[in-house]
Design a binder for this molecule. Structure first.
Ligand code: ZN
Ligand code: ZN
Length: 103
């Protein structure tokens, strides 16, 4: 018996190599096979929707690439790779503001 990832929902399930050889054993269940037929491969289940689509951004402070999910981007508009840089950016922004006030 082998583990496979369902082509529709991405969930793991067990099947047999002989079944795979026949071009079957692609889905964890009949439900997913039916949904796949109807919606196609791109319509992944909600469980995998948020985790699979990652966006690469570059840290405003150190320039390091980091990955965010679309929901994260919407939530707090991440600009930094981590908390350390976030803090640095905050400090820099505060200093910039102060400079503007002086002028
Ligand atoms: Zn499935
Ligand atoms: Zn950084």
């Amino acid at each position: 018996m082998i583990w496979r990832d369902c082509e529709y929902c991405g969930g793991p399930f067990t099947t047999y190599p002989s079944v795979v050889k026949l071009g079957r054993g692609r889905f964890c269940g009949r439900r997913c096979a039916r949904l796949y037929e109807r919606y196609g491969k791109r319509n992944l289940g909600p469980r995998y929707e948020s985790g699979s689509k990652k966006i690469t951004r570059y840290c405003e402070v150190c320039g390091e690439p980091f990955q965010v999910t679309p929901s994260e981007t919407a939530a707090d508009n991440r600009e930094c790779c981590g908390n350390e840089c976030k803090f640095t950016l905050k400090t820099l922004r505060a200093l910039e503001r102060r400079k503007d006030e002086d002028v």
